[in-house]
Design a protein around this ligand. Structure first.
Ligand SMILES: [Ca+2]
Ligand SMILES: [Ca+2]
Length: 202
């Protein structure tokens, strides 16, 4: 392996840590997906903090139902009924670049940077930098509402603030997923080293 490849690999593994200071926290190391609960799911526009124009669609579903720069806070969109535990996968397109990113695993975004591009959370406070009006609106939504915040830029162009297009989904829940492959590789290496050190001691 040449030096450049080594550097790229180490950067990929530790990218999250290197950028892990301040408000721009770097790409999320873990992710949730959004899953249905069997009832008709509805999305509500919460807000945005972005210079680019972004829209969002359900993959193989409702197209372009919110546009970050022009959709009024509180606008609703009927997404249809998703079975209990069935994923509602979202695609966000940044029309200014253009880029398209998917909710869920970073591996879905390997057309650009392989990073997680959607922060899926039950707590709107996990998504920083929105307007006071957006937070006030989010507070009116029922307990258990899922919030989805998209990051619209790739790799080094990105601040990874995950607030470039933010919406809520009712009749859905976040489903915790296994760590990204890079984190898994680190964990595997750690466990191997632990096992070796134990064997040496015994
Ligand atoms: Ca932003
Ligand atoms: Ca951003």
């Amino acid at each position: 392996m040449n030096m450049l490849r080594k550097f790229a690999l180490v950067s990929a593994l530790f990218g999250g840590l290197a950028f892990g200071t301040g408000a721009s926290a770097g790409p999320l190391p873990t992710y949730n997906i959004v899953v249905g609960n069997g009832a008709a799911a509805t999305a509500y526009f919460v807000g945005f903090s972005a210079g680019d124009t972004d829209n969002v669609s359900v993959v193989a579903g409702l197209a372009n139902f919110f546009v970050n720069q022009s959709t009024p806070v509180g606008t609703s969109a009927a997404l249809g009924a998703f079975g209990n535990g069935v994923e509602i996968e979202f695609a966000m397109t940044d029309l200014s670049v253009p880029n398209t990113f998917f909710s869920g695993a970073g591996t879905r975004n390997c057309a650009s940077d392989c990073n997680v591009h959607a922060n899926v959370t039950l707590n709107i406070a996990d998504i920083v930098g929105l307007s006071a009006g957006s937070y006030a609106y989010a507070a009116t939504l029922p307990v258990g509402t899922v919030f989805v915040g998209f990051e619209d830029r790739a790799g080094r162009q990105s601040d990874f603030d995950y607030n470039d297009l933010v919406f809520a989904v009712v009749n859905a829940r976040p489903l915790n997923q296994v760590p990204e492959p890079a984190s898994l590789a680190l964990l595997g290496t750690g466990l191997l080293l632990l096992a070796r050190s134990r064997r040496k001691r015994s």
